[in-house]
Ligand binder design. Structure first.
Ligand code: SIN
Length: 311
């Protein structure tokens, strides 16, 4: 049997499999399909200081090879999370990572401070990269100085591990990764959704009420893999891979490019029990390939030069 346990930013995960924010409720809603004890960690839907109704409908659009969404961070706000969700989460036999967001830079620190004393929360994931608010401007994940400032303001109010969730919608994700490391992040999540849109050419109607939204699912895996690899090379922080993962082979690819653990997102909608069968598949694949542990595979990608092709 291969050793699946990994240690990430001081967290002991029984395996490298995490739910991705927004695809698994707050985690425990899915416990009858995926026992929390089967996954390395559960990542919550983004929680913001105040309740948010989310964006205008329609907010979900299936496409040929993925999913467009423009949810707009709908959630009941931090008080509801404190009063209702956390008491339920308390009994979960896994690591709990709470994804937090804000409408202003100050709100990230406000919510982190409000949650810091709660022992049910093992770590924070900062949602710096939601494309469905602020008119899609991505203010916290496209400018290194802003990203660094937001991470630093959260760092100042908590010692819990902080993962900054980055956007693929930038020219040089390495620069944002380095800025988050400077700000005091303990890890990165690479990546959130890719900006996209759909349209019905007969009616002229866009698929999403906001026209542009976030694209996820199988089609974005090569983009996410490239971003995760670039982040892993740019910083000395652990990277959580995320984007287009739909099977154990995909998880192993993200580990090979340097990720310490991997989030499974959109694929949960097609197969809600996916995360329950993945640990055994990871074990079998690693065993068959002669790897004694997940740790042995991490960062095993070969090569590294990107020689320019002469024009
Ligand atoms: C949303 O709520 O709009 C999706 C979350 C995200 O993309 O960060």
């Amino acid at each position: 049997m291969a050793q699946l346990a990994v240690s990430v930013a001081g967290l002991s995960l029984r395996n490298p499999l995490l739910s991705a924010s927004g695809t698994f409720g707050h985690g425990l809603e899915m416990r009858h399909v995926v026992a929390p004890s089967l996954v390395g960690a559960l990542v919550s839907k983004t929680v913001t200081p105040r309740p948010r109704p989310g964006n205008a409908m329609p907010r979900i659009q299936e496409t040929e090879a993925g999913l467009l969404n423009s949810i707009g961070l709908e959630n009941r706000g931090m008080q509801s999370y404190l009063d209702t969700t956390l008491p339920e989460v308390a009994g979960a036999d896994t690591v709990i990572i709470t994804n937090i967001g804000g409408e202003t830079e100050q709100e990230f620190a406000e919510i982190a401070a409000a949650f810091d004393g709660r022992p049910e929360i093992d770590a924070f994931e900062l949602n710096l990269s939601c494309p469905n608010v602020d008119g899609g401007a991505l203010p916290y994940s496209t400018d290194p100085k802003t990203a660094e400032r937001v991470v630093a303001s959260v760092r100042a109010v908590t010692r819990k591990p902080l993962f900054a969730k980055l956007s693929p919608n930038v020219t040089r994700i390495e620069d944002i990764a380095v800025a988050c490391e400077r700000g005091g992040a303990d890890g990165l999540t690479a990546v959130n959704t890719v900006l996209g849109m759909s349209i019905d050419w007969r009616t002229g109607r866009p698929g999403l009420g906001t026209i542009v939204g976030g694209y996820s699912g199988t089609a974005i895996k090569p983009i996410a893999l490239r971003c995760a690899w670039q982040c892993a090379r740019a910083v000395s922080l652990p990277v959580l891979g995320c984007g287009g993962v739909r099977c154990a082979e995909d998880v192993l690819e993200f580990l090979a490019v340097g990720c310490s653990a991997v989030q499974v997102g959109t694929a949960n909608f097609g197969e809600p029990g996916l995360l329950a069968r993945m640990p055994a598949e990871l074990d079998r694949l690693l065993d068959d390939a002669g790897f004694a542990s997940v740790e042995d595979l991490i960062g095993s990608v070969r090569g590294g030069s990107r020689a320019e092709v002469p024009g």
